[in-house]
Write a protein that binds this ligand. Structure first.
Ligand code: GTP
Ligand code: MG
Length: 455
């Protein structure tokens, strides 16, 4: 998401970087370009107008801070404004004092409600809760079965019965109380468009279960239509937030940047793929940093922590950063790195990584022959790949069931990766200190105010 917008903003900032001070004309020109960039990202027209006028007030009205260069000043103003339109702070769930805490999901057909129900259940489990899923979509014959399959995958019980949606939702609550489940997630039926019948049904369910949280699932790929849908639902349901789905397929990001301002409700979670782990709490400040190319270091570190012990991750990063990363380390880390998610996704999160590399497809399945090849090397060869001559290459290829060409390719790629990693500014600092602040410093950018408050 936000690729085009990131590129354009980066261009604007680069042009400002050399300036000693900003004239009124400079500000005007930068704002004009920012406006264009936002419009091209499919951000709602009124929202664009607000953003630009607030930026103007911020840049012209306030005294120029002496500690910042003009370029930095604009970056910070844009960052703060992005954080604001993305919703300010991340959602913090308040659990019901008398469980269960009830979460109701609504949305159009195919938006991703049922998958999100399971993803949320998984998320609540990670928060130490005992969720239960309730299938109140009796519209589509296979809907409940789909929820049961997903529920089994995340090991969360699914309740449903062949009555009517309101009755199912209600019995779901008593069932949860009976078996001691403290969070209930209710999946509902979707319709092709916002229609009166669907609204009435979901309103009745809402009235019956009195949800603590009502989330609307919207499809980011539908852009401003998704925002209009959210407005319509909010009139009937009093939403607590939206779950932004299919972020992986949305190159522009218009819905994400408009929904809070238009509907008045923030993005609570974002879903970035079909797999159940492609789901995270939405952090406006991290997303703003990602848009500005500061790299989403906090998310990266969170994910690393989830997947591997923090120390392991930091060690791996330190080795990568310092170019001390031999083939042996590569192999040892392969498994844990794999757990951190698709590699291409991770690289995009690193700060200041050149675009060519961000877009490079690093395929996890390509890892299999790599593993085989490294397994066929002697420890000496792994530590010091430079000694791998022609005859050693033939032996390794034969031993791993690959070709000499594949061995050559791996060695070449490994060499390039090592060289590249040495050039990534901030990587070493991040690994050593594990803080976003140090990365911002190392990469020549000032950590923005909001970000500083975290941790
Ligand atoms: N690429 C991508 N696909 C997604 C994402 N979320 C859901 N999907 C896919 O979208 C399709 C529809 O998802 P469902 O969860 O069944 O949608 P729904 O809102 O429950 O649909 P109805 O019950 O028919 O109203 C499925 O094939 C999902 O795998 C996402 O974040 N990214
Ligand atoms: Mg569904």
């Amino acid at each position: 998401m936000f690729d085009a917008l990131s590129d354009r903003l980066e261009g604007i900032f680069t042009r400002l970087r050399g300036r000693g001070r900003l004239s009124g004309d400079d500000v005007d020109e930068a704002l004009r370009e920012i406006r264009l960039a936002l419009l091209q990202a499919d951000v709602n027209l009124l929202v664009v107008r607000d953003i630009v006028s607030r930026l103007r007030a911020d840049l012209i009205g306030s005294d120029l801070s002496h500690s910042l260069t003009p370029g930095q000043q604009v970056v910070r103003a844009v960052h703060d404004e992005l954080v604001r339109v993305l919703g300010g702070t991340a959602l913090k769930i308040t659990y019901a004092s008398r469980p269960p805490t009830v979460v109701l999901l609504a949305g159009l057909q195919g938006a991703g409600k049922t998958t999100d129900a399971a993803k949320l259940a998984r998320w609540f489990k990670q928060q130490g809760r005992n969720p239960m899923l309730v299938g109140a979509d009796l519209q589509r014959p296979a809907a409940v079965e789909q929820l049961r399959v997903l529920g089994a995958q995340v090991r969360v019980p699914v309740f449903s019965e062949p009555s009517d949606p309101v009755a199912v939702a209600k019995s779901g609550l008593s069932e949860a109380a009976r078996v001691g489940r403290d969070v209930v997630i209710v999946d509902t039926a979707g319709r092709l468009t916002v229609d009166a019948e669907m609204m009435e049904q979901v309103r009745q369910i809402s009235e019956a279960v009195q949800p603590h949280y009502t989330f609307l699932v919207i499809d980011a790929m539908t852009g401003q239509d998704a925002v209009a849908t959210a407005e319509a639902f909010h009139k009937t349901l009093a939403l607590d937030g939206v779950i932004l789905n299919k972020v992986d397929g949305d190159a522009r990001g218009g819905a994400a940047l408009s929904v809070k301002e238009v509907v008045g409700r923030p993005i609570a979670f974002a879903s970035t793929g079909e797999k159940l782990e492609d789901f995270e709490l939405f952090h406006p400040d991290r997303m703003a940093g990602r848009i500005l190319g500061m790299g989403d270091v906090l998310t990266l570190i969170d994910r690393a922590e989830q997947a591997v012990e923090r120390e392991d991750a930091e060690q791996a990063m330190a080795k990568l950063a310092e170019g001390r990363f031999g083939l042996d380390d590569f192999l040892a880390q392969l498994q844990s790195v794999k757990k951190m998610g698709p590699l291409s996704g991770l690289i995009g999160m690193l700060p200041m990584v050149p675009k060519e590399l961000k877009n490079a497809q690093i395929d996890d399945s390509a890892m299999k022959p790599v593993e085989a090849i490294i397994h066929s090397m002697t420890p000496e060869e792994r530590a010091n790949p430079a000694i791998i001559n022609g005859s050693r290459r033939s032996r390794i290829a034969a031993g791993s069931g690959t070709s000499v060409q594949q061995v050559n390719e791996l060695l070449e790629r490994f060499k390039q990766a090592q060289a590249f990693m040495r050039q990534v500014p901030g990587l070493a600092g991040m690994a050593r200190r594990g803080s976003a602040k140090s990365v911002a410093k190392a990469s020549g950018k000032r950590p923005a105010g909001k970000r500083k408050k975290r941790r």
